[in-house]
Write a protein that binds this ligand. Structure first.
Ligand code: Y39
Ligand code: FE
Ligand code: FE
Ligand code: FE
Length: 230
């Protein structure tokens, strides 16, 4: 048990908590594994940025090890089968885009959408995490901001040439994120992470990213709400 600032008490050893954690922890472990692979793929697609992207991929594999330790610390076995199914639609779209050399789509999926999803989830998790996981997650979230920044900088520099592909990739992939959020909402709730807070933080990160890349406020409204009611 742990007393939190807002007086909320969470029993990290309850069967209910550990059951929900087996899926959320698996999602994070699988997400970090796929992020590792995605940055290696991006390094092949963007040879001028190879060293940077390989460095990011190594950070992702460290994140994975950190979250595996979080699961072990709570005596939880991650449900990796569930997590692979959870990520499959986004993972498949990334693979198709990579095979076609659509680097803008790959960057939108990994460096914008997935990184913003990770930042939102980790920000909301930190205040309600057990002390061990909190320390790990605080270190990880700093890295995720730098991954998001890589995507922003590249897409800003190539904005005019990327705009149409970004619109299309957003249209295809953002609705998947809202579905993923709905799928995980009940388990997140058990961990004291509110769906509304996750949606709000995601929208803020993603909107800021689109703004940094060069989209207008009007574009951002249209793009970031795409598929929200799905
Ligand atoms: O770039 C990264 O490290 C991202 C792969 C990691 C994904 C994290 C996914 C977090 C979703 C958790 C949902 C919990 C409510
Ligand atoms: Fe894979
Ligand atoms: Fe990561
Ligand atoms: Fe990342």
């Amino acid at each position: 048990m742990q007393q939190l600032a807002d007086g909320l008490e969470i029993d990290f050893q309850s069967e209910t908590y550990k059951d929900a954690y087996s899926r959320i922890n698996a999602i994070v472990i699988e997400g970090e594994q796929e992020a590792y692979e995605n940055y290696i793929t991006l390094a092949e697609l963007l040879p001028d940025h190879r060293d940077d992207l390989i460095r990011l991929s190594k950070m992702e594999s460290r994140h994975k090890k950190g979250f595996e330790a979080c699961g072990r610390n709570l005596n939880v076995t991650p449900d990796l089968q569930f997590a692979q199914e959870f990520f499959a639609p986004l993972h498949d779209n990334f693979k198709v885009a990579a095979a076609q050399g659509n680097v803008v789509t790959c960057l939108l999926i990994q460096s914008l959408i997935i990184e913003c999803f990770a930042i939102a989830a980790y920000n909301i998790y930190i205040p309600v995490a057990d002390a061990f996981a909190r320390k790990i997650t605080e270190g990880v979230v700093k890295d995720e901001y730098s991954h998001l920044n890589f995507g922003e900088v590249w897409l800003k520099a190539n904005f005019e040439a990327s705009k149409a592909e970004l619109e299309e990739a957003n249209r295809q992939n953002l609705p998947i994120v809202w579905k993923m959020l709905n799928q995980v909402a009940a388990d997140a709730e058990v961990l004291a992470m509110e769906k509304e807070a996750l949606v709000e933080d995601f929208m803020i990160q993603y909107g800021e990213a689109l703004s940094n890349i060069g989209f207008t406020t009007r574009d951002i409204m249209r793009l970031s709400a795409y598929g929200l009611s799905a």
